[in-house]
Design a protein around this ligand. Structure first.
Ligand code: XIL
Length: 319
């Protein structure tokens, strides 16, 4: 009943991560993704940018491949994501839609995507990163800005209708600790549950960096969501570090990283309904970290040539 997952790399962001799709090109990658994990999350392939290249078109190619791969390897899938401010296609962000049109675009998308994979997705990140650090709803989010906060409840209701068995989640980064952002989720979720909106889970991405230290109250923070009757999950764990000039982490850095991985898993295992623990890629070969965080890297549990780091063994020994 416990799921250890990895993001399934595939394409990456076209310009930022110009590697070929490892699903078709990298047998070693496929073999290890199948062997080491019982859950997978499409890293990009269910985002609007990938699924909806044009308004009238759905491109399910890569998402279908991942779902099929998971089924063949007896893995569950975390769906990611339906309502987000980032990685939306230009036709959506720059289109001049009326409120009615926008609402219908989202409704139709949710019914089509969630419906297509009905019964095959264990958890859906329905809403991703809706709050800023101050705990205010993000105005960069087109849906919330244009349609108001009520659209969040609608998204959960539509997803639930489209796949009544999928567990529906709020997902965010920077919510590992008790802080303004995680407090905002507590308040919102209480409110939605009082209105009987089908919200089932809260997940912390856990993109950690040794620069900022370990969020020591992670377990206590997850516990307060568990206390509300929610499932919790770790969905995108990686632990980046400042790389020395030669690009190779020191023993001490790898030991510190292993400690962060271990403590994150231990926190999840200690919370009753934290049953899903996903790392954001398992090999540095396809990690988003060096692309997005200048000077930082080595964030996953395996090197580029798939050799296991201390963090790999730390996770294995904690299970
Ligand atoms: C990242 C991917 O890893 C990259 O390949 C992509 O270029 C940008 O997005 N929070 C999320 C994830 O919810 O979807 C993000 O994934 C990382 C931060």
């Amino acid at each position: 009943g416990f799921y250890i997952g990895s993001a399934a790399a595939g394409g990456g962001h076209h310009e930022e991560q110009p590697y070929p799709d490892p699903f078709t090109s990298d047998q070693e990658y496929r073999k290890r993704l199948a062997a080491e994990f019982n859950s997978v999350s499409p890293e990009n392939q269910m985002k609007w940018e990938y699924l909806r290249p044009e308004r009238g078109t759905y491109n399910f190619g890569m998402a279908d491949k991942i779902v099929k791969f998971a089924r063949q390897n007896h893995q569950v899938v975390r769906g990611h994501t339906l309502l987000w401010h980032s990685q939306n296609p230009a036709w959506l962000e720059q289109g001049a839609f009326s409120k009615e049109e926008l609402r219908e675009i989202l409704r139709e998308h949710i019914f089509t995507v969630v419906g297509r994979y009905r019964g095959q997705i264990q958890q859906w990140d329905v809403a991703n990163e809706i709050f800023n650090e101050a705990g205010q709803l993000r105005t960069e989010n087109i849906w919330i800005r244009e349609l108001g906060p009520g659209i969040i409840a609608d998204a959960f209701r539509w997803a639930h209708q489209a796949d009544p068995k999928a567990k529906l989640f709020f997902n965010d980064y920077g919510v590992e600790s008790v802080n303004a952002k995680s407090n905002a989720y507590i308040a919102l979720i209480k409110d939605l549950r009082a209105q009987r909106v089908p919200v089932h889970g809260f997940s912390a991405q856990a993109h950690l960096s040794t620069r900022y230290g370990f969020p020591g109250d992670l377990q206590a923070n997850l516990q307060r969501f568990d206390d509300l009757g929610l499932e919790t999950a770790i969905t995108e764990l990686d632990v980046r570090m400042d790389l020395p000039a030669d690009g190779k982490p020191t023993e001490a850095q790898l030991a510190q990283q292993a400690d962060y991985y271990q403590r994150t898993l231990a926190a999840c295992l200690a919370v009753d309904d934290c049953n899903s623990f996903t790392i954001w890629g398992f090999t540095d070969k396809y990690s988003w970290v060096p692309v997005f965080f200048q000077g930082e890297g080595s964030a996953t549990v395996m090197t580029e040539d798939f050799s296991r780091k201390p963090s790999y063994y730390a996770l294995r020994d904690t299970l």
